[in-house]
Design a protein around this ligand. Structure first.
Ligand SMILES: [Mn+2]
Length: 308
């Protein structure tokens, strides 16, 4: 796959953050994916790969929760702002950012950085988000106060103003160019947020009924609508827990191995990928790093690895 500017450079950035979630361990996700050979395997695909290291994130042990409906908001805001700066710089240099989480709160900064870069050029961007959950809670609707359940809402302009208004503009992305694929666990009040936002949700049932090929064709059409391209966000809990056990919030009945690869292969074929992120890999809960290894294989498919 060629980047739309004709470049073939990928910059990997890690965000070892678990402040957005209750279950500890996703801060080790970036290390687990690097250990699974991500950098060299991307280079073998023909990319110039530069690992720019990690965003600095404090440990919860040294912090205090000041608001139980938006836990660790100041620290998450600082980390996501740094990520947004670095993603914007990567794009300005002509490379594709590949962000490794960390819990899904990192998406707030990743999407902000990509959207901000393109906004300067008078362009907007789409989002294809793979997830068992909606990530569409706000401080008013959240059952847990965990910000990793809020990043899609924030990016669409709903939620804590500090996060929504980062970089001085909102929303970062518009619902008519955004999709959520694989949903099977939506909180009751979150459902209202989704309905009101107009976000197109492809539930796991819709994948069952229509097949991944059909779902992805429609998703790519939506994310490509008057956009410069799209950000792909892959929460590993999109997959069935039997296949991807190393995630913080597993939900039964998830996507299969081939559904995942087909989706990634279709992303590569589209030629419209602007940025990629993988989140919620939790080595503490994993089996012999199998979830991180799966994540690496999927990244390779999204960046153009082919069977033939
Ligand atoms: Mn998620």
């Amino acid at each position: 796959m060629e980047h739309r500017d004709g470049t073939r450079t990928v910059h990997i950035i890690g965000i070892p953050m678990d402040l957005g979630a209750d279950r500890r361990g996703v801060d080790m996700g970036p290390s687990a994916m690097r250990t699974a050979g991500l950098n060299i395997r991307l280079a073998e695909l023909g990319y110039e790969v530069l690992d720019v290291g990690d965003v600095v994130v404090p440990n919860p042990e040294v912090l205090r929760i000041t608001d139980k409906n938006k836990k660790y908001l100041p620290e998450i805001l600082a980390a996501t702002n740094e990520l947004a700066d670095r993603v914007e710089a990567i794009l300005a240099g002509g490379a594709i950012p590949l962000a490794l989480g960390g819990d899904q709160a990192i998406s707030i900064g990743d999407i902000a950085g990509v959207a901000s870069h393109h906004r300067r050029r008078g362009e907007r961007v789409g989002v294809i988000w793979f997830d068992a959950h909606g990530d569409m809670n706000t401080p008013e609707t959240t059952p847990s106060g965990n910000i990793h359940g809020m990043p899609y809402a924030v990016s669409l302009g709903l939620g804590a103003p500090e996060l929504v208004q980062s970089r001085g503009f909102a929303p970062k992305v518009e619902p008519d160019a955004c999709v959520l694929i694989g949903a099977r666990s939506i909180d009751p009040l979150e459902r209202e947020n989704i309905r009101q936002s107009g976000l197109r949700v492809f539930t796991i049932r819709e994948i069952d009924e229509r097949g991944m090929r059909d779902v992805m064709a429609e998703a790519l059409e939506i994310a490509g609508r008057n956009t410069a391209g799209f950000i792909a966000s892959l929460d590993m809990d999109f997959f069935d827990p039997a296949l991807a056990p190393g995630v913080g919030t597993p939900v039964p009945g998830g996507a299969t191995y081939r559904e995942g690869h087909l989706a990634m292969e279709m992303i590569a074929d589209s030629g419209r990928l602007l940025a990629f992120e993988v989140v919620e890999v939790n080595p503490v809960l994993d089996t012999r790093n199998s979830t991180a290894e799966l994540a690496v294989e999927l990244i390779l498919s999204a960046f153009g690895k082919r069977i033939m």
